[in-house]
Design a protein around this ligand. Structure first.
Ligand SMILES: Cc1cc2nc3c(=O)[nH]c(=O)nc-3n(C[C@H](O)[C@H](O)[C@H](O)COP(=O)(O)OP(=O)(O)OC[C@H]3O[C@@H](n4cnc5c(N)ncnc54)[C@H](O)[C@@H]3O)c2cc1C
Length: 528
């Protein structure tokens, strides 16, 4: 059995940060285990490559949920990166931190050190903001944050349409105000995706004290009583073990970190007994508290050649774009497809925005799994702080099996009400004059007008916008899994550092917050 000081399970957004930061000390031996392959695919480097990875099984676990009562019994889709970089290798690259309110709320829930003032330095140290440093932004960090190189005027028309609807303009959603419509900044560098692997691992690859093992799936945490001793894993169908002298850190993401805890006998007793797993440590909150952004998309057909699509003209443009990208790292291939959007309030009296908009320069229907041979665009709207709570459990004790994922979408009436309000607001923007030159007909929703029809459409089509969190939540109540230093309650040598630890879902996209969590975790681990 091989020995390391730290074993990190999962080479995603958080795992890459931890491996990169902890191995900065040459005296520390770090091993990163990742189930997927190295991140050499051109579909990662080329930003628009997400159009190939998100709807497919390429570099993607492509999980599905259990049937959702709130979604007419449909099974939802849960893409997750299965490659070095994890979901940051297939995501839409939007750089958003959430609202300061979210972190102040975490602190109020009993998590000292996690208020916005506390976490802002970690956001800043992770970042290289190409616009330069200021009170809100940092430079010199590994994660490059850029404006899109070749913004599509169609996406800008969505911003203009929002302004016509009296929404404020916002040129920096991570600045002093979150509310408004504008362009998203992206985690890109020189027209290429800047995944967490690109940002944090690429500079560390030559370090002798860092081992990165890909194609390695952790199957269990090796425990001696309450102490984590190492990790059991499968490589090419063979079982192996690796030993940690200091700590095991779980960074397998909000869907698989709780799965691994359960497989190791750490979790709710009833679940463990049901699967015949010996209870190593009772922790009722493992896998509970799943929160995700429920989203509905309104696609339009478009006569404009600025709209992307599977038409002869669209394919020719894409082909030309590939040559341009290869030549100069500019053009359509640098698009993240979801170029603009905003944060809005469903009621003017709300203290913080409760809805997020994502405008996409192509048709998205069923996560782009349903193809339309036509040009178009769409706008998404999602509920930023849903009240519904779901769970992660086990389908079986086979670690190669997918976890049982139940987001319990729209279990709470308030979430449905917010999404209906969001649907109407989004449609008003899409009907504004600024989009008139681009507008064809509504592809799926032309006959959806009354509240009853909108609710039926939501139940028929709504699904995640890919931000599951909270399944190993931080806190000090009975359902908390980790403390505010991310140590698993009641255990020794075991931490969780990834999107699972968020006690509540933040109001925005979750990559930058996960990277912040890992930056903070690395510092806490290193000073022990
Ligand atoms: C399609 C999509 C679009 C998104 N768009 C955006 C966006 O534009 N902006 C944004 O901020 N956020 C976005 N997100 C969300 C964001 O990317 C995630 O919240 C973030 O990457 C989560 O980081 P993580 O470290 O918790 O998990 P992940 O990055 O998912 O990492 C988990 C890693 O663990 C590995 N793993 C799992 N189980 C095991 C095991 N047993 N053994 C070994 N390895 C294992 C996985 O293969 C994976 O590499 C998007 C996500 C998706 C899927």
């Amino acid at each position: 059995m091989t020995d390391f000081d730290y074993i990190i399970v999962g080479g995603g957004s958080a795992g890459c940060v931890l491996a990169g930061r902890l191995s900065e000390d040459p005296g520390t031996r770090v091993c990163l285990l990742e189930a997927g392959p190295r991140d050499t695919s051109p579909f990662i480097k080329a930003p628009l490559g997400l159009g190939a990875t998100v709807p497919s099984k390429h570099l993607n676990w492509a999980f599905k949920t259990v049937p959702q009562a709130g979604l007419n019994g449909r099974c939802g889709y849960q893409p997750r990166g299965k490659v070095l970089g994890g979901s940051s290798a297939i995501n839409a690259m939007i750089y958003i931190r959430g609202h300061p309110w979210d972190y102040d709320h975490w602190a109020k829930l009993g998590n000292p050190g996690w208020s916005f003032a506390d976490v802002l330095p970690y956001f800043k140290m992770s970042q290289n903001q190409e616009r330069g440093a200021d009170d809100c932004h940092g430079t010199g960090g590994p994660l490059n944050v850029a404006d899109l190189r070749s913004p599509n005027p169609l996406a800008q028309a969505f911003v203009d349409a929002g302004l016509e609807m009296q929404l404020p303009r916002n040129d920096d959603f991570n600045g002093p105000e979150q509310e408004g419509v504008g362009s998203y900044q992206v985690t890109q560098i020189n027209g290429e995706r800047c995944s967490a692997a690109r940002a944090y691992l690429a500079p560390a690859l030559q370090r002798d004290n860092l081992k990165i093992w890909t194609g390695v799936q952790a199957t269990k945490i090796i425990l001696n009583g309450k102490r984590a001793m190492g990790v059991a894993y499968h490589r090419d169908g063979q079982a192996h073990e690796v030993h940690a002298t200091r700590e095991v850190v779980l960074s397998a993401g909000a869907l698989q970190t709780p799965q691994l805890l359960l497989l190791s006998g750490v979790g709710p007793v009833a679940t463990l007994r049901k699967h015949g797993i010996t209870v190593s440590h009772e922790l009722p909150g493992v896998g509970q508290n799943l929160q995700d952004h429920i989203d509905i998309v309104i696609p339009y057909l478009s006569p404009s050649s600025l709209a992307m699509g599977l038409t002869p003209g669209g394919i020719a443009k894409l082909t030309k774009g590939i040559f341009e990208w290869r030549r100069s790292r500019s053009g359509i291939i640098t698009s993240n497809s979801t170029e603009t959007g905003g944060f809005v309030k469903s009621h003017p009296d709300l203290a913080v925005p409760d809805l997020q908009l994502h405008f996409n320069t192509a048709i998205v229907d069923d996560h782009a799994r349903k193809r339309h041979f036509a040009r178009g665009y769409c706008a998404h709207v999602c509920v930023l702080r849903p009240k519904s709570r779901g769970s992660i459990s086990l389908n079986s004790v086979d670690p190669m099996d997918a976890p049982l994922i139940d987001p319990n979408f729209l279990a709470e009436q308030a979430d449905l009400d917010s999404l209906v309000a969001g649907f109407k607001l989004t449609r008003r923007i899409l009907e504004a004059p600024a989009l008139a030159p681009y507008r064809g007909r509504e592809l799926l929703t032309a006959n959806v007008r009354s509240d009853k029809e909108i609710i039926a459409d939501i139940r028929d089509r709504a699904d995640t916008i890919y931000h599951p969190v909270g399944t190993a939540k931080m806190g000090n109540d009975d359902m908390a899994v980790v403390d505010s230093e991310l140590r698993v309650h009641g255990m020794v040598g075991l931490r969780v550092a990834d999107a699972s630890i968020m006690p509540t879902l933040i109001g925005g996209n979750t990559n930058a917050p996960t990277i912040m969590i890992a930056e903070k975790a690395a510092e806490m681990i290193a000073v022990v």
